[in-house]
Design a protein around this ligand. Structure first.
Ligand code: SF4
Length: 226
């Protein structure tokens, strides 16, 4: 079967953008990183995860979510019949903050154009935000993850409708059994949300109904009028 040219060009465009980002020096985090951790997965994925920032192992290996939190993410994906090759995974911040501290507002502002470009190129239907930083940035609201996790929100990112689905960050759930159970429950809704987003919207019939959409009455019906 011939490869989809749009899918191919999307892969190439994302690879070219990743190559261009590898030398980014737009913020202070460039000075302490081993490498830019751009993202990993299927450039044509319907489901994209957005975490916070690379940690120690991610910085060394160049991929997001490769430590303990990454193992948990893989397990959660496996639990809903997916692998990381079938989704796309990225972070708000592409370079490791020193000592794994929280990203600072000016660093998020400097780096967000990379994430928005990824979203533009990948065009996911569902974006699962992992933790507070991704949720607040992509929802544009200040509500914390404890309040909004597991609640899908229709939103628009770069002029495209997207279903945002906030989740706890796997690193936060690693050592908190109650949070882990909640994360598993929220994850279990993902296949249903993806199926809903994949199905075409129901036809909306405008009112008043255009004459062209109204079947002409049969002669019998016409006769019944009198
Ligand atoms: S964190 Fe983002 S903006 Fe800052 S240097 Fe890295 S890639 Fe560039």
């Amino acid at each position: 079967m011939a490869a989809d040219p749009e899918a191919l060009s999307r892969r190439e465009a994302l690879a070219a953008y990743a190559a261009g980002t590898a030398g980014c020096t737009k913020c202070r985090l460039s000075s302490g990183r081993t490498q830019v951790v751009f993202g990993v997965g299927d450039p044509n994925a319907d489901l994209m995860f957005v975490g916070e920032a690379p940690g120690f192992h991610e910085d060394k290996q160049g991929y997001p979510f490769v430590g303990q939190a990454g193992k948990l993410l893989d397990q959660l994906l496996g639990g809903i019949g997916l692998s990381r090759e079938q989704v796309y995974i990225a972070n708000v911040i592409k370079c490791r903050p020193p000592g794994n501290r929280d990203p600072q507002p000016d660093e998020i502002e400097a780096c967000e154009s990379h994430l928005f470009r990824q979203l533009e190129l990948i065009r996911p239907k569902v974006v699962a935000t992992l933790g507070n930083f991704a949720t607040k940035l992509l929802s544009g609201k200040s509500h914390g993850i404890t309040r909004v996790h597991g609640r899908p929100q229709e939103t628009t990112l770069r002029d495209r409708p997207v279903l945002l689905y906030p989740l706890y960050h796997p690193a936060a759930a690693l050592y908190t059994p109650a949070m882990l159970r909640t994360l598993e429950d929220d994850f279990a809704r993902l296949p249903g949300l993806l199926a809903e987003e994949a199905s075409p919207p129901a036809q909306v019939i405008p009112f008043p109904v255009p004459a062209a959409m109204v079947a002409a009455p049969s002669p019998q019906e016409q006769l019944g009028l009198f």
